[in-house]
Write a protein that binds this ligand. Structure first.
Ligand SMILES: [Zn+2]
Length: 334
């Protein structure tokens, strides 16, 4: 797995670096691969973009790490084991099965519930190819992997679900607080704008559009890496590519806090921030905008679907804390 992460660093993809390493039954290396364009196809002439027309996006051209590991193999791959930094997609799984690979060991699984990965597991199961998550026996020494040792707990939830209550609980347990919106607030102030919700949303969208959808996550992770603390809580993740970035480049575990809309409305009406005095209808309307955005906008529903853990916050704070304690135990076990 360390070799997979090492080879992944050769990828020129600005958003995702994946690696794969094939070994035979004696654990001798048979092939290595990372995500990149086909041989002879220049990075200078093909796009790494993820938005736009078919011909302008990377997906038309890129070869995934798992496929490249097979293409680069120096002997037949029948009976080999593949170590991948991420759970392979459905297309790579087809290649894996057809080339007789008998087991897949993956590290991250950020898209577990998306259709491509459901299809991938379905085919692996049918074909009798084993797959398991990597569990390191040895302490990883690569610098990149060292950064992964810092625990980052992300909390996502709709307004009034109880993100702050959960964050406060973690702060009391020694987690340092980090926010993706710090740089947005700074940006608002330098432009003479107030930091009301609409301004924050607009400026965040603008930054994502200008510098890429993971820009806010990038800025925050940089601060986290420089900090002396080794565990962090973040409450302001609102875009799927922020989750992706923090899972790829850091050790993010995402918790979704959930509660019914009537209860959440009741809570925010009681907490009495000026921006919270809105009618139930308006509350619902604002929420739709945050849940189902596209492009650079907030996409809370998609972010929630990427959560590693879910907690139900319709009961007491004690209930909430108990659920969180169980999750922390699981995270520490890994
Ligand atoms: Zn793939």
């Amino acid at each position: 797995m360390q070799l997979s992460y090492l080879i992944a660093q050769r990828s020129k993809d600005p958003n995702t670096q994946n690696g794969a390493c094939l070994v035979d039954e004696n654990k001798i290396i048979v092939g290595l691969g990372y995500n990149g364009f086909p041989r002879g196809c220049s990075d200078d002439e093909l796009p790494w973009d993820r938005e736009g027309n078919f011909l302008d996006k990377k997906y038309a051209y890129v070869v995934h790490a798992e496929e490249n590991a097979v293409y680069n193999a120096n002997k037949p791959t029948k009976g080999c084991i593949m170590y991948c930094t991420m759970f392979p997609c459905n297309e790579c799984v087809k290649t894996i099965i057809q080339n007789g690979i008998k087991e897949v060991v993956y590290d991250r699984d950020p898209y577990h519930n998306q259709d491509e990965w459901i299809a991938a597991r379905k085919m692996l199961d049918m074909a009798g190819v084993k797959y398991r998550q990597y569990s390191p026996k040895y302490k990883l020494k690569l610098e990149k992997v060292d950064n992964k040792q810092k625990t980052i707990i992300g909390i996502v939830g709709l307004t009034g679900a109880g993100k702050d209550a959960l964050a406060d609980y973690l702060k009391n347990k020694g987690f340092a607080y980090s926010s993706l919106s710090d740089s947005i607030r700074g940006e608002c102030l330098s432009r003479g704008l107030s930091t009301e919700r609409d301004n924050l949303i607009n400026v965040a969208n603008e930054l994502r559009q200008k510098f890429g959808h993971s820009e806010l996550a990038k800025r925050s992770l940089k601060k986290i890496k420089e900090s002396k603390s080794d565990k962090f809580v973040i409450v302001s993740i609102r875009h799927p590519e922020e989750v992706e970035y923090l899972k790829n480049q850091g050790n993010l575990k995402l918790i979704a806090v959930e509660a019914a809309i009537e209860l959440r409305y009741q809570r925010i009406s009681q907490r009495g921030r000026p921006e919270d005095f809105v009618s139930f209808e308006k509350f619902k309307e604002q929420e739709e905008r945050e849940r189902f955005g596209s492009g650079e906008q907030q996409q809370l529903d998609k972010v929630i679907s990427m959560a590693d853990f879910k907690v139900d916050n319709s009961g007491s704070l004690e209930d909430l804390y108990q659920q969180v304690d169980k999750i922390l135990e699981k995270i520490n076990e890994n």
